[in-house]
Design a protein around this ligand. Sequence first.
Ligand code: BGC
Length: 366
Amino acid sequence: MKKKLSFFLSLFIALGLSVALTGCNNKSGGAQVGIVLPTREEPRWLQDEAKFRELIEATDYKVEFRFSDGSSAKEKQNVDELVGLGIKVLIICPQKAEEAAASVAAAKDKGVKVISYDRLILGSDAIDYYVTFDSVAVGKAQGQYLIDNASGTNNPLYLYAGGDDDNNAFLFFEGAWSVLQPKIADGTFVIKNSKEAAALRDKQLTTDENRDELEKIIKEITTGWDFNKAKSLAESDMLKASAEDKKEVFVLAPNDGTARAIADVFAVNANGYVITGQDAEKESVQYVIDGKQSMTVFKDTRVLASDVMDMAVAIIEGKTVNAPASYNNGVKDVPSKQTAVVAVDKNNVKKELIDTGYYKESDFAW
Ligand code: BGC
């Protein structure tokens, strides 16, 4: 009898201890958070994935992760599945800004809180929050880099944009245009590949106020975030270019993947080029070290992913959500959290990307 009692006592203590140790660990039930990212084909999202995997390991909540493989239909299927699992918070980076509205509307109907991640979902009232980098600042950093590296007048300028169905492409271009436009108007640069942009050389353009005009430009020079499309655009621009247009050229490339594709074309066609990028993808960091890509913009995905996970946990736990900024998505002002970005070139690549622990020195050939 005594033995039995002490057995139950120790079982009781062991159970109590394990509850105390796991604290509010909710990993055993259904998923509380669902994350949907657009594609594994664009290396940017693999950086986010890596960080999310670490955070998922560390959090007390059960998180389900999905990729949409570049397809809005797959994205919708992912969201429906996650909602079916009973998630409370959906973190979603849309494949296409407007097409994602239907998916998140279905989530909202089931009481799920929706956070737009990195890319804003447009035309939807189903978004509760937006976590993003300062995308206008990305474009400004790119444009400013071209300006800082140009001298004299009549410098050939080639403009390329991101996907015309991605709101970020507008914000990036808006930022770049805000600094480049006065330098186009004063003759420092001459646009070589966009009639639409050249026609607006005297006008500042913002996404909120001049979306239609920006759209005309972006549609003319869109890479669709596709490296092959970027390459063929650059090739056709070089075919049309005079010898004068191929002297040292200045190239606004929207991100690293497209920058490498475009840079490879300019490397064999132009007498020299300055080219922008963004994302600090490993391959582009090597290009920067090798002098094949002039700059990139470092967007620290560690910060973005942990901001959004903190937000999801705050929502689940009914705590105050940290969203001091606001972005309009055409239907509502979405409370947002925004993260700063850093321009990186040969001179500060070590300081920003190695010393901060983002990459290892041994990842690159110096
Ligand atoms: C992201 C960029 C990325 C691009 C292509 C944009 O929405 O902000 O970081 O390079 O999509 O994936």
